[in-house]
Design a protein around this ligand. Structure first.
Ligand code: GDP
Length: 204
């Protein structure tokens, strides 16, 4: 009963390879192993649409998927953009440079980009690499929302505490918190909320 029809479109290693910005785009990004592939597969109802990032050290790619309402393959509603993971401890200098050369320019200049979903592993207290990344998005005026992933791995209390710690840090930088979701790729938690947010944003 897939609710969406999703198709892989293109992998771009250069800005010049990107598809035309013909549809509203929603990008997913986070540290390697945050659960990004699992979340994308959960949202689209596909088992292996997004491949797990695996070992770092490969060329970084921007992966575009076209998303249409179920059974309506012709009518693309939006593009899902799978961005490479950042902040992996062992990631090489070259890869960090690629992130600067490819991902940041994409985020800063892409006219069809509606929102960046920044994935945060709900098990962790605030990580500097995530805080730095969100601060950069905010400074550049790039709209973003947070998704706390792997919620099923925590009991409600520690989950709430970790989110509260993030929010305390966020409020040191900004007056308002960004939109936030809690997700589990195991249980499907957050799916309806995130997809509704995308639908609502598309109507604006
Ligand atoms: P990526 O590197 O960000 O694409 O992360 P993956 O989607 O490959 O997930 C990394 C690991 O975390 C895998 O072993 C997943 O099975 C696991 N994982 C991802 N999401 C969840 C989740 O919501 N709940 C649980 N329990 N495990 C998850």
């Amino acid at each position: 009963e897939p609710y969406l029809t999703s198709n892989f479109l293109i992998s771009s290693s250069k800005i010049s390879q990107l598809p035309d910005p013909a549809f509203p785009e929603y990008a997913f990004v986070g540290r390697s192993n945050v659960g990004k592939s699992s979340l994308i597969n959960m949202l689209t109802g596909r088992k292996d649409l997004a491949k797990t990032s695996g070992r770092p050290g490969k060329t970084q790619l921007i992966n575009h998927f076209s998303i249409a309402p179920a059974g309506d393959k012709e009518e693309v509603a939006w593009y899902l953009v799978d961005l490479p993971g950042y902040g992996y401890a062992r990631v090489s200098k070259t890869l960090k440079a690629e992130f600067q050369k490819l991902i940041m320019p994409f985020l800063e200049k892409r006219e069809s980009l509606m929102c960046v979903f920044v994935l945060i592993d709900a098990r962790h207290t605030p990580q500097e690499v995530d805080m730095d990344f969100m601060e950069r998005l905010g400074t550049k005026g790039i709209p973003f929302a947070m998704i706390f992933t792997k919620a099923d791995k925590l009991k409600p209390k520690p989950l709430e505490e970790n989110i509260a710690k993030y929010n305390a840090r966020m409020l040191e930088i900004w007056e308002e918190l960004p939109t936030q979701y809690v997700s589990s790729s195991e249980s499907g938690l957050g799916r309806v909320e995130i997809l509704n947010f995308i639908d609502e944003t598309n109507k604006l």
